[in-house]
Design a protein around this ligand. Structure first.
Ligand SMILES: C[S@@+](CC[C@H](N)C(=O)[O-])C[C@H]1O[C@@H](n2cnc3c(N)ncnc32)[C@H](O)[C@@H]1O
Length: 336
């Protein structure tokens, strides 16, 4: 059934250019036609979502940013040492899902100060995030060589593969946690296959910890995470001419401490029908029906090992923050 819908939408969009908007339409149709319903967290990030995420990073409850910032600010030298970069070799520093680059700037400043030769290539699905990052870097590090790349990192890997210089890939902020284990395994295999021998990855992951620390990060007192989650409905209203009533849905985060998986849902408060004009379709929601919008997987060494088992990536180093909440793993590509 879903496959039929998907095929017919694919036919429709084949005649249009494969714009981001067409993919958004197709993903919304697929997600809201499924049981249970789901939407990809990558669609949180438009101009409004980017600004809300910056607010989230500044919330006292969102320990992830401060923890990883602690590593980038206070263990910069150890981090660079683990990357084994020769000062005379030109390399590409590629960040997948760069966002506002707040932590990366600590590394960039160090590399710049120490005269390393590199080009910084931030990749993000949000052009707005890239524009903001480029503007701020032009001010803070005017000599930095920077090339932004807009796109979904799953697709951008194809282009990255063709870059000839040695590579250091940054995949920070527990971005990998937004993939389920099966997606993470496939992604890391694809990433491993885009690299050459001795290229490196810095993988930032949130470590499994207790519910009293994790859950407030996705359910803050001020309601910023709630606004962030609801923004995906507001985005469909703006871009797909939908008529979601934001007051008729609520934000519901959950955390399973044993598995180390946090998830966010939107829950319909009432029986309701929503029209999405651009799709020329209506979708029914019953009272208490959920839309799954985000997974935030937490890790430990053995889960990571399992994710990497079919890749040519080996853990070379592991740096943690002072509270042991977060880890940046340095992975080495061992074969061609
Ligand atoms: C949780 S934020 C983390 C930002 C930054 N890496 C950090 O650690 O602060 C996720 C970022 O990745 C981007 N993003 C999310 N899904 C993406 C995808 N599939 N492809 C490319 N960028 C994506 C978002 O636009 C956002 O800037």
């Amino acid at each position: 059934m879903i496959n039929n819908i998907e095929t017919s939408v694919k036919k429709t969009i084949n005649s249009e250019s494969k714009t981001f908007n067409s993919l958004f339409k197709m993903d919304v149709l697929k997600g809201l036609s499924s049981h249970p319903k789901f939407l990809s967290s990558k669609y949180f990030y438009d101009k409004k979502g980017d600004a809300l995420f910056v607010k989230i990073m500044n919330m006292p409850e969102y320990y992830l940013t401060n923890s990883e910032y602690d590593i980038f600010k206070n263990k910069t030298e150890a981090l660079v040492h683990g990357l084994d970069i020769n000062k005379n070799t030109d390399f590409d520093l590629i960040e997948l899902g760069a966002g506002d680059g707040m932590k990366t700037k600590e590394l960039l400043k160090y590399l710049d100060r120490e005269n390393y030769q590199f080009t910084f290539i931030p990749v993000d699905i949000s052009q707005n995030a890239l524009n903001n990052l480029e503007t701020s870097l032009n001010e803070e590090l005017p000599h930095l060589s920077i090339e932004t790349k807009q796109g979904d990192y799953f697709h951008v890997l194809e282009d990255i593969k063709t870059l000839p210089k040695p590579k250091v890939i940054l995949f920070l902020g527990s971005n990998i946690g937004n993939l389920n284990d099966d997606q993470a395994r496939k992604f890391m295999l694809k990433l491993s296959n885009t690299l050459h021998k001795n290229d490196k990855i810095v993988l930032g992951i949130d470590l499994i910890k207790s519910e009293d620390i994790v859950l407030p990060a996705y359910n803050d007192e001020q309601g910023i995470t709630k606004q962030f989650n609801l923004n995906i409905l507001a985005r469909m209203n703006r871009e797909l001419d939908a008529d979601f009533d934001l007051n008729a849905f609520t934000h519901s985060p959950k955390y399973n401490e044993e598995e180390g998986i946090a998830e966010s849902f939107l829950v319909s408060k009432i029986d309701q029908t929503v029209r999405i004009k651009v799709l020329d379709m209506t979708f029914n929601f019953y009272k208490n029906e959920t839309i799954h919008t985000e997974i935030s997987r937490k890790y430990n060494d053995s889960i990571l090992e399992h994710i990497l088992e079919h890749t040519d990536l080996n853990v070379k180093d592991k740096l943690t923050d002072s509270k042991n909440y977060f880890a940046d793993y340095i992975l080495n590509k061992s074969n061609h």
